[in-house]
Design a binder for this molecule. Structure first.
Ligand code: MRU
Length: 344
């Protein structure tokens, strides 16, 4: 897959180039943004989405802000950088990576003893480094996760935690990609993922693009397919892991319940940037998006009677007893071992 987001220097200016995921799979279109406010908007309206990709977009947004303010006095620069972080922070509340990335950039700003120009360079370098690190982390998740996958298996995934949800390679799809690179014959079943259809539009697009066998099912079919023995394992991504649960796209919890009932291993791929182990379930805000995402299919065809309200929670909570293992860039852990290793 092509990177979902890149920092590009062209014609003496820097831009953030990203795939516009709202028009996939019909169009492979790129957005070129040079204002951090537009990056914030692109996160909010989900031109770019998926926890790790959101994190990198936030960091690159901060780098654009640094370039915009590089002629200010140091005091004004620092104030403007904090304001930019606030704008980007307001976009989506659930994925840890957004806050993790902003904090990492603000730490660079706060710790630097350089001139404004030097801080600006450091911020741009940090954002580029974060994008590079993302790919390395994903390849390591792939390496550890592939050990769980046997030749001939069919893996179910929910939403899109693939290349498009990261800079490249993906988290939940990384073990599948690596297993295939190792010569294993693997196929994927992708839940369509109502209401934004990330499974149908994005997971199917990127796997098909890379010639990885994929079939799309309606969200309500996964339980039956598990019962019929057509699914060997489940691997999903996550937006935040707290000390007691995994937060991921709405519908994940029901998949995990069905997996438990059918004795099918349920794995969560989680880069350490997604871990928020000092928090518990109660600390997390679950994003609620517009009613129209549920009442209309892809914002176009209304399927709910006028005047009837919809509830549109974007994420749900899967507590640890339903999770077989969590795959990070360092290995595969039970929830207990994960807490032992990473909780400060
Ligand atoms: O609303 P989205 O599309 O940003 O939600 C994405 C997910 O829920 C992914 O599973 C999660 O961010 C992990 S992506 C590697």
């Amino acid at each position: 897959m092509i990177p979902s987001i890149e920092w590009v220097n062209q014609n003496n200016r820097s831009i953030v180039k990203m795939i516009d995921q709202t028009v996939l799979p019909h169009e492979l279109k790129f957005l070129e943004l040079s204002d951090y406010r537009d990056v914030a908007k692109s996160i909010k309206v989900m031109n770019i989405r998926g926890a790790p990709a959101i994190g990198v977009a936030a960091a690159m947004g901060m780098a654009l802000a640094a370039l915009e303010y590089k002629n200010l006095s140091k005091d004004d620069f620092l104030k403007k950088m904090k304001d930019a972080a606030k704008t980007i922070r307001m976009t989506r509340p659930t994925a840890s990576n957004l806050f993790w990335a902003l904090n990492r950039i603000l730490e660079v700003v706060d710790k630097s003893i350089g001139t404004v120009n030097e801080i600006c360079e450091e911020v741009v370098e940090e954002a580029i480094l974060m994008a590079q690190e993302d790919i390395i982390v994903n390849k390591n998740i792939g390496k550890h996760g592939a050990e769980l996958i046997k030749d001939g298996e069919t893996i179910l995934t929910h939403c899109n935690a693939g290349s498009l949800a990261t800079v490249q390679y993906g988290t939940a799809l990384a073990p599948i990609r690596t297993a295939i690179e190792q010569g294993k014959k693997i196929s994927v079943i992708a839940d369509e993922t109502r209401p934004r259809l990330q499974g149908a539009r994005l997971t199917a697009f990127e796997l098909n693009y890379d010639n990885i066998p994929v079939k799309v099912i309606s969200d309500t079919s996964s339980g039956l397919l598990m019962k019929l023995g057509k699914i060997n394992k489940i691997i999903v991504g996550t937006d935040r892991v707290t000390s007691d649960a995994v937060f991921n796209k709405i519908g994940t919890y029901l998949v995990a319940l069905a997996a438990k009932d059918n004795n099918i291993p349920f794995y969560v791929a989680a880069p350490t940037s997604t871990l928020s182990l000092e928090e518990t379930i109660d600390d997390v805000e679950i994003e609620q998006r517009e009613d129209s995402e549920v009442s209309c299919v892809l914002g176009k065809i209304r399927i709910v009677p006028e005047g009837v309200e919809c509830l549109n929670y974007a994420f749900d909570i899967t507590t640890f007893e339903l999770v077989t293992g969590i795959i990070t860039e360092d290995g595969v852990f039970t929830a207990e071992k994960l807490l032992e290793k990473y909780r400060k």
